[in-house]
Design a protein around this ligand. Sequence first.
Ligand SMILES: NC(=O)c1ccc[n+]([C@@H]2O[C@H](COP(=O)([O-])OP(=O)(O)OC[C@H]3O[C@@H](n4cnc5c(N)ncnc54)[C@H](O)[C@@H]3O)[C@@H](O)[C@H]2O)c1
Length: 248
Amino acid sequence: MTDRLKDKVALVTGGASGFGLGIVRAFAAQGAYVVVADLDGGGAEDAAREIGGDAMRMDVSKDADWRDVATRVLDDRGRIDVLVNNAGITHLPQPMEEVEEAEFDRVLAVNAKSVYLSARHVVPAMKRAGAGAILNVASTAGVSPRPRLNWYNASKGWMITATKAMAVELAPHGVRVNAINPVAGETPLLKSFMGEDTPEVRAKFLSTIPLGRFSTPEDMGHAAVFLCSDEASMVTGVAMEVDGGRCI
Ligand SMILES: NC(=O)c1ccc[n+]([C@@H]2O[C@H](COP(=O)([O-])OP(=O)(O)OC[C@H]3O[C@@H](n4cnc5c(N)ncnc54)[C@H](O)[C@@H]3O)[C@@H](O)[C@H]2O)c1
């Protein structure tokens, strides 16, 4: 099947790299017109060129950037059918009391405040259309946290609760809101979670994943296509583990 998102307009944040890029590619392969929004403007352009979509440089923690991006997509395409809040960052593994305040603020602004800002600027158009699908990329860290990533874990727990709260409020408007909870995946961010990328640390992470491998951008693309397509028209408010069994 190649038309599961046919003619849908999708906005994917953090779409220049890792899971976001996997989602961008999977959406385009299913017929969506994809707008790749990323702090890395050059990376977003590369991704957009590859799939025949559009690129916009944005910082998801900035209200003005959301205003610009939402206005541009709505002016150019008339609607936003699918929104993926994927851009995210972490602090390095360390004791919770040692994370600097500025770093805490940045993690919460990028991982949590961005979802609020996306609602301010994208939800009104979805409500007017009476339809829409929002997908928040949270984490197994929000369900089953590991030590030393405390504030990252908490930001993803916030995202999962925001997903459920948004889902119940937006259901009467025809807008579905779901999340995926990826387990550690082969992306540039993985090194930051591990602290150091050694065979020993990799083995330690892998030992907690029953299916015995790291997740991939393709895994997230497959899950995202399902949750954002009409096949999931009865699915809202779920935070679906894509984790090889890690949270069992
Ligand atoms: N990789 C993992 O192991 C893992 C596990 C669970 C959840 N996640 C989550 O998946 C999401 C994607 O992570 P990834 O591993 O693909 O990371 P990544 O670093 O490969 O990609 C993240 C992308 O987001 C962009 N970005 C960062 N800050 C931004 C900002 N303020 N505004 C706009 N774009 C910004 C980056 O430029 C980059 O292109 C994140 O929310 C992350 O927390 C990752």
